[in-house]
Design a protein around this ligand. Structure first.
Ligand code: ADP
Ligand code: MG
Length: 319
């Protein structure tokens, strides 16, 4: 199968998106953005054995690479619209491509984004780069840099599941319901797309958690030139994570495990009611886990005792 046949068979599904004036097949795609909107653009690359293990099924790889890109757009408070896919493969494996394409289109449908182009190349290792474009009204986007002192820090969903899921994918057969749930949290992450858009005008700053709660909170606070405090005992931990891992392992996954793709955001206390309403509407927990402070450090406490946490992901319990 040559490159053109491959693109035609696996990446040319028509989706009746009126905003796509010209999709896959020409030198470039033509899109028609919603009037009056700004475009938000982001790119993420996933490399086999770096960002996902080689045992991950191709349909999950396809799904995941779309979801993690939508998550970046969600963290900006924007609506994801169009993606391009740069695909690097060691060989043409039709079965693999079929499954990968199914997973990719499944996620594209779920998040209402259209695949409008890409590039296909050959190399030793599987690498997938998705570029995504979203839309947001002028001055509505949520950036990392606008947090203020004394604002509260919130997080959606639960933390640590995906890191535990990755651990299970690599080291266990994962047969219990709890194990399956955790593995799914890694292989099929949920981009908090609707919540991100609902947070426009509510959150002052936001980031999606891809590198771990502690590291990503630090990134947001650094952009805002501030510090903060995380109440580690308040971190939302799923029932499934509690079933399988002890407290120390859970906290380690929750604080340093990446790949959760939950949204971390700051907001003033006056917005609490609105935040509860958003949590209720989308049926996703939103938990207050910390506070923004006027210094440059990010401290952590567990049950009112300060704990040391370093960037290598080690937790030091002080007594
Ligand atoms: P060119 O030679 O002009 O770069 P290509 O032959 O690489 O074009 O691609 C032909 C068409 O197929 C283009 O519209 C391109 O955007 C699209 N395309 C290539 N690879 C992919 C892919 N993996 N997924 C989706 N579209 C693709
Ligand atoms: Mg090309």
């Amino acid at each position: 199968m040559d490159e053109f046949e491959l693109i035609r068979r696996f990446f040319s599904k028509d989706n009746n998106d009126a905003s796509v004036v010209l999709g896959v097949g020409d030198d470039g795609a033509i899109i028609s953005p919603s009037p009056g909107h700004n475009l938000v653009v982001s790119t993420d690359t996933l490399i086999e054995n770096v960002h996902f293990p080689d045992c991950l099924p191709p349909e999950d790889i396809g799904y995941r690479c779309v979801a993690v890109n939508v998550s970046d757009i969600a963290a900006m408070g924007a609506r994801a619209r169009w993606i391009t896919l740069a695909l690097t493969l060691p060989d043409v494996d039709e079965k693999w491509l079929q499954k990968f394409s199914e997973g990719l289109y499944h996620a594209a449908q779920k998040y209402d984004v259209s695949l409008i182009g890409g590039d296909t190349t050959s190399a030793q290792q599987i690498a997938l780069t998705i570029s995504i474009t979203g839309e947001v009204l002028p001055h509505q986007a949520i950036t990392r840099s606008q947090a203020s002192r004394d604002e509260l820090i919130f997080v959606t969903g639960s933390l640590g599941d995906a890191a535990a899921g990755l651990d299970l994918l690599i080291n266990s057969s994962g047969s219990s319901e709890a194990e399956k749930f955790l593995m799914q949290r890694f292989s099929r992450p949920t981009a908090r797309s609707e919540i991100g858009q609902a947070l426009c005008g509510v959150a002052t700053a936001a980031i999606d958690i891809s590198d771990g709660l502690y590291a990503d909170t630090k990134k947001l606070l650094l952009s805002s030139e501030l510090g903060g405090h995380l109440y580690v005992d308040r971190l939302p931990i799923s029932m499934q994570l509690k079933q399988i891992y002890n407290q120390e392992q859970r906290l380690k996954f929750a604080l340093s495990g990446g790949d959760d793709y939950e949204l971390l955001f700051t907001a003033p206390a006056i917005k609490l009611d609105e935040i509860l309403k958003i949590s209720h509407i989308y049926n996703i927990p939103i938990t207050e886990i910390g506070v923004v402070r006027n210094h440059s450090k990010l401290n952590c406490s567990l049950n009112d005792k300060l704990i040391n946490y370093d960037d290598n992901g080690y937790l030091h319990f002080n007594g």
